[in-house]
Design a protein around this ligand. Structure first.
Ligand code: IMP
Length: 484
């Protein structure tokens, strides 16, 4: 099948602009439900694996998806898992069971998987855990312990098993897992207890049961063929996992995930052509940023040090705990770890949006934290590096530069977005902040999600500053210092 010279329909890619958890799941559901007037026939996952966690509330019911595209929650949409996704049969089987229990329809017509998708095995997960336990002087990453680093080693080392290999060759999985276990026994003799060894050795049966279970509900098709087929019927939405700053090449290495999470990953992770792409939606939380796991976070707020509130007078605590439990609080959807929180970082968002080629912004959690935090909130507008010149760009090597980096903040008025009001009727503080984000990030805002339920969105019209792209290098900093 070849790409039509003139496509009637296109792919839009949705990607996170920070370290994941930007609220992409809800944004995907809102787009699939037609908030911007486009009709999507398919939703495609192209990167990450079950380390991702997308939480969505539809009609009061909470759904958490990890590997299966969020599109499965929207009737009429076909979901596709591309070969860039790392596939764990045991975890996907559990996800399918949970979704079926919630009354979500899963069938071969609704869930399609690329047979060249690489498999995460129980031995990869054990290796991932051991790497964090025994770090040999290297930094601990704070991984989600889903085996991502080790499946990446297997894949790039050309020793990985793909779905089609398992379906074609009896006994292959057991042979590969035995080889992994033998190697682990040699590398980590003290850590591999007989209990741990037996547990993994016996998990082969569980994997094969999961293979059988999952195969009842899915069909297989190569990514390029699937996307071309769908684009004859309507638009396709590609749902990015993680965020741009977790990208292994462009993020805060080594505190990143073990694959690419930028928009390039869509092309490699599905086999689609760049000619099929129309818009890139960049997703960011409106009033603050979060991160789970270790690594640099320039605008981080520290809720407590030695039992006392610090620089933010409890703001981080309020953000972490805003709302009732998981409905509003900041806890990882996959690990339940409390997320680290910090002020909005304009240089970082600009940097990510430029590299991702964002054409439209989607702002999330506009109604959060809540008015308990008071009437103002800081925003980082630029940095000083090494006490020197101010700059509006995220430093290329943030890890080395972190201790020499000083964020410069400006205070802005904070009013939560009211989901019942049109954008034109929102308070001036909301409009100002949207204009600030749009002009500094360099893309218009499509909509704001304001509430954890699907449908609680405020569409944004044409506002001053919306979409006016800054010329590179011409920004005049607040204090008159020149750009570097
Ligand atoms: P890994 O991808 O499990 O190896 O974890 C590497 C880093 O990426 C850790 O800091 C994780 O917390 C982070 N990470 C991975 N996936 C996600 C995600 O979906 N949301 C937020 N952080 C993630």
């Amino acid at each position: 099948m070849s790409v039509d010279k003139k496509l009637s329909y296109f792919v839009d890619i949705l990607t996170g602009l920070s370290w994941g958890d930007e609220g992409k799941g809800l944004a995907v559901v809102n787009l699939l439900k037609g908030v911007i007037g486009r009709t999507y026939v398919a939703c495609v996952r192209y990167n990450g694996g079950c380390n991702a966690g997308h939480t969505t509330f539809i009609d009061g019911v909470k759904h958490v998806t990890h590997t299966i595209p969020t599109g499965i929650l929207v009737p009429g949409v076909v979901s596709f898992i591309g070969r860039g996704v790392k596939f764990n049969f045991i975890k996907v089987a559990a996800e399918i069971r949970d979704l079926l229990e919630q009354g979500i329809e899963i069938s071969r017509d609704r869930l399609v998987i690329d047979p060249a998708t690489h498999l995460v095995l129980p031995t990869h997960i054990l290796m991932d855990e051991l790497k964090e336990e025994v770090s040999f002087g290297k930094a601990k990453i704070g991984t989600t312990k889903n085996g991502m680093s080790q499946i990446a080693v297997s894949k790039m080392g050309r020793r990985s098993v793909r779905i089609k290999d398992v379906l074609d060759q009896n006994g292959l999985l057991q042979a590969v897992m035995s080889e992994h276990l033998e190697m682990l026994g040699m590398l980590y003799p003290k850590q591999i207890s007989s209990e741990r060894f037996d547990k993994i050795n016996n998990s082969y049966k569980e994997v094969m049961e999961a293979v059988e279970f999952v195969c009842q509900y899915v069909s297989f098709e190569e990514g390029y063929s699937f996307i071309s087929r769908m684009l004859r019927k309507g638009d396709v939405l590609a749902e990015g996992a993680q965020g741009f700053l977790l990208d292994v090449d462009h993020g805060t290495y080594p505190y990143v995930t073990s694959s690419n999470s930028g928009v390039g990953a869509f092309l490699d992770g599905t086999g689609a052509s760049w000619k099929m792409v129309r818009d890139v939606f960049g997703v960011a939380k409106m009033w603050y940023v979060t991160r789970v796991g270790n690594g640099p976070f320039p605008t981080e707020l520290f809720p407590e040090v030695d039992g006392k509130y610090t620089n933010d007078h409890g703001l981080a605590y309020l953000i972490q705990n805003a709302g009732e439990g998981a409905e509003g609080g900041e806890k990882g959807a996959t690990t339940q770890r409390p997320r680290r929180v910090g002020y909005v970082d304009l240089p970082m968002l600009r940097w990510a949006a430029e590299r991702a080629g964002v054409t439209q912004l989607i702002l999330t959690k506009g109604d959060r934290p809540n008015s308990n935090i008071g009437t103002s909130i800081d925003v980082c507008r630029e940095y000083a590096l090494n006490g020197g010149a101010w700059r509006e760009y995220f430093p290329a090597d943030i890890v080395t530069n972190m201790t020499r980096l000083q964020p410069l903040y400006e205070s802005c008025e904070f009013v939560p977005v009211n989901p019942s009001l049109l954008f034109s009727d929102q308070p001036a503080a909301v409009k100002e902040h949207v204009a600030r984000l749009a002009s500094r990030v360099g893309a218009p805002v499509a909509f704001i999600s304001a509430g954890h339920q699907a449908g609680q969105v405020v569409m944004v019209g044409n506002i001053p500053g919306n979409g006016s792209m800054l010329e590179l290098g011409t920004h005049q900093s607040a204090n008159g210092h020149s750009e570097i």
